[in-house]
Design a protein around this ligand. Structure first.
Ligand SMILES: Cc1cc2nc3c(=O)[nH]c(=O)nc-3n(C[C@H](O)[C@H](O)[C@H](O)COP(=O)(O)OP(=O)(O)OC[C@H]3O[C@@H](n4cnc5c(N)ncnc54)[C@H](O)[C@@H]3O)c2cc1C
Length: 384
């Protein structure tokens, strides 16, 4: 039997205090709305990521007055892209735009602190078990209470920002992992990795048959190194997979030769999440919970930041006007703003997934480095 919550009705409950949850909660709290946010993890908590915030995502942080959350980050001037056949292209963001490289454990904590400072009531270590649905409307959430009992917490609106494995989106059949592509990620930090370029900080994407390798230099001289693979069986031994992918690589091996693994590799996947709608009456999705294609383009945080802003502004409308179908407006707004980039990401992912496509892409990059530079600008959501 579910027990009711004794505290006064919340305007909004946000589930998940990752970047999407913290930004949605912060925007709502700044608008004078009472927000309660839960996360199952205890903060500070880490999250497997390439740890780069692209220039487009930096623009959003600045607009929200949140640029200080990246204090201490390395400024990222562009990207290096290679293929296994020896093609190597460097693309710098135009007009001195910069991304940021910093560990998610620091970024997410700083965003959460900004949300709390804006007035959000936050509780960590709280597992949200599912939505509380009454007919066709979400009325709040159920959380794990004392002695394993379920506790219902009512709210006028819920924002599900509980990540790619979203329990809420799944329970409501709003999103789930796509059948294809099936890819998994493994990542960790190394120290002692040799630099590719000395005078600038660049993100790196190394595309190989059946997988790709991401590298990002981090503050403190350590290096974020991730492998994304379609070979699930290889994940049984993530340490070997990660170390061999870098040490045995023809172009990267020398740089990782004396490098030391600093933590146990973390695995995630399957990665791709597809959503059928952006919410339903009483609930909106934000961040990876609303869909995630692939980390190759390094723009998940921009989608999370902007998607959270959109979900927050639709929530404000729902509370102000009593509108029940703001999830449809959110659908339209997300399509309007994101559809072109989703198409681009899908094309890129499909192109590099086949050996023939990869060869064509490498030829194109050799023949026209300007084209590759344009692709890097667009992938980084940089202003042209
Ligand atoms: C390998 C890899 C590399 C990537 N590299 C980059 C990159 O370099 N740049 C970039 O922009 N993007 C990158 N991304 C994407 C980026 O990590 C995500 O898009 C981003 O984390 C989405 O933020 P979010 O807030 O939606 O979800 P998350 O950051 O996953 O946060 C979700 C939160 O919800 C909480 N939660 C989950 N379930 C519950 C529950 N039931 N109850 C309570 N709390 C719950 C979790 O504890 C978590 O804190 C990468 C992704 C991967 C997998």
């Amino acid at each position: 039997m579910a027990a009711g919550d004794k505290s006064p009705m919340n305007d909004v409950i946000v589930v998940g205090a990752g970047p999407a949850g913290s930004i949605a909660a912060l925007v709502l709290a700044r608008a004078g709305i009472r927000v309660r946010m839960f996360d199952r993890a205890t903060f500070p908590r880490d999250k497997l990521c390439g740890d780069t915030v692209n220039p487009g995502a930096m623009d959003i942080l600045r607009r929200l007055g949140l640029a200080p959350v990246t204090a201490g980050a390395l400024p990222v001037a562009g990207m290096i892209v290679t293929d296994g056949a020896g093609v190597r292209c460097v693309g710098r963001y135009v007009n001195d735009q910069r991304g940021s490289a910093l560990r998610r454990v620091a970024l997410d904590l700083a965003l959460l602190e900004a949300a709390i400072e804006a007035g959000v009531a936050f509780e960590h270590g709280v597992l949200v078990r599912g939505p509380w649905v009454d007919g066709q409307t979400v009325r709040g959430v159920s959380v794990a209470g004392a002695n394993g009992a379920e506790r219902r917490i009512p709210a006028r609106m819920v924002i599900a920002a509980d990540g790619a494995g979203s329990r809420l989106a799944r329970a409501l059949s709003l999103a789930g992992h796509s059948r294809r592509p099936r890819r998994w990620a493994v990542g960790a930090y190394f120290d002692g990795v040799g630099n590719d370029i000395r005078d600038d900080v660049l993100g790196e994407m190394h595309i190989r048959e059946g997988r790709y390798l991401g590298i990002a230099p981090m503050p403190g001289g350590i290096t974020n190194s991730c492998v994304v693979t379609s070979d699930r069986a290889a994940l049984r031994d993530p340490r070997t997979l990660l170390c061999e992918a870098f040490r045995r690589d023809r172009m990267l091996g020398d740089r990782f030769h004396g490098a030391r693994l600093l933590n146990a590799p973390v695995c995630l996947g399957p990665l791709a999440v597809e959503s059928s709608a952006s919410g339903m009456p009483g609930l909106l999705l934000a961040g990876d919970a609303a869909g995630f294609i692939d980390p190759m383009t390094g723009d998940g945080l921009r989608f999370a930041f902007r998607g959270a802003e959109l979900a927050a502004s639709m929530t404000i409308e729902a509370l102000r006007d009593g509108k029940a179908d703001v999830h449809r407006d959110l659908d339209k707004a997300r399509r309007r703003e994101f559809a072109a980039k989703w198409r681009f990401n899908r094309c890129l992912r499909t192109l590099v997934a086949s050996p023939r496509g990869l060869k064509m892409a490498a030829l194109g990059a050799t023949w026209s480095p300007v084209l590759l530079e344009r692709i890097i600008q667009y992938a980084g959501d940089a202003r042209r």
